[in-house]
Design a protein around this ligand. Sequence first.
Ligand code: ZN
Length: 565
Amino acid sequence: MKFSEIEYERPNVQELQEKFGHLINLFNKAESFDEQDALIRNINDLRMEFQTLGTIASIKYSIDTNDKQFEEEQDFYDSNSPVFDGLVHQYYTAIVGSKFRPQLEKKWGKQLFDVAEVTLKTFSQEILEDLKKENELRTDYSKLLASAKIFFDGEEKNLQGLIPYMESTDREIRKAANEAKWKFFSDNEEEFDRLFDDLVKLRDRIAKKLGYKNFVQMGYDRMGRTDYNSEMVSKFRSQVEKFIVPIAVKLKQKQQSRLGLESFKYYDQPLDYKSGNAKPHGSPDWIVSCAKNMYSELSPETNEFFNFMLDNEMMDLVNKKGKDTGGYCTFIEKYKAPFIFSNFNGTMGDIEVLTHEAGHAFQAYSSRNFEIPEYFFPTSEACEIHSMSMEFLTWPWMNCFFKDQTEKFKYSHLKGSVIFIPYGVSVDEFQHWVYENPNATPLERKQAWLAIEKKYLPYIDYDNNEFLEKGGRWQQQRHIYMSPFYYIDYCLAQICAFQFWKKALENREQALVDYLRLCRAGGSKSFLGLVETANLISPFEDGCLESFMGVIDQWLESFDDASVN
Ligand code: ZN
């Protein structure tokens, strides 16, 4: 089924509720394991039907945000998805309390029940109104970001439109673009503060209503984390401070001398080479044909996958008018089809987005035959292993995209991945502080951010930008407002992807075998279970970072700056 041929019709929620309620009733009254087992299939069919329609509507809307029909459909799902969540909640309550649970667990796996239990903890009818309020505040933040109208280079731009200027080889342009961006944040500082203050206090209240001490554990539960806690994450951050921060500092010094700068300012960070960052050599169609060849050579499995994506039109890659920003991969459950969305804009980011989202999509494709929706994707830190590792496993084909700039690309890619981690753990540590101190003032939060930044990002020089020097940088980080505690995921996954990078250098075949096994396992295991499945060292284990950081450091050290400038 090609994407363009898939029909869409708005689901009938009342009918869904009736059918669902009926099946739950039968489930609760069932007298045998076989009966309940069959009902689980029926219930999941209903869920997948609804989810499929919701996914199609959201893809269509993101491809053309000016489409009135699908704009209305978005409103429909915004107000009806809590109803759907309530039904899933009933289903989870039923299976968790089933008298045939041991047999069901044996058949469907323990992970389904762990997911159900952790989801149940984070919801009760009592917090329904609070959840609606939380959604409103999220939307307000999103709207505030989208409202940015910044006059730059002779025309009005949004925040996204400033990005190419921030990579400019002209330092004055980089500086001006950054100052224009942060002026928008500074002009709206009070509103950004108020929204966050409301969100923090609201989340704290919700957590306490549900019996949590504060929002921290609830945040972990919302992310579906069943096998690690905040103490383990805190230990992980100390490992980053010890083993990665010093290397990041060194990389910044190397970058500064490569750029020939007397001092290294915050706006110099996105530019890696005097001659400009690596760029793909060609049109989007040509990029796709390179990718087709790459996936045909990478493995028979990736070949089948990429042809499936092309034959069924499951990719919308090029930036066009009316399209939503960013990139994502989703899964159309009923058709067992992943879908990739991106906005190619001619930078090296195009190739990173393509291989990243293809990693997510390849996992979804590899585990598409699971019969329960919980297993189509794992928790997000595990999902990012597929995507970030795919970025590295495709390195041998980068010369097709980058020609003479391939080495520039590889260096920027690996260096950028290392540099990201200290920032990532800063965002994570900040959120722990925020939700452990829910009554702190906006000013105190900014001071806390500054102290954390000093520890993990000691090289930051804000060049007298008042807003940034006051501790406001985190206000641009969507996750902090939208999905609390969703950030360490990228760091944990990157640690796993680095292990794939190293393994691919030493034994490419073994790396691919492990990667395939991981993708096929989908969401059938918890994060650490999947880490084991992939033959990786847990990021929480002592010695994990040392096991590969030396090799990465050496590879980056041996890079010849003079050859690329
Ligand atoms: Zn991703």
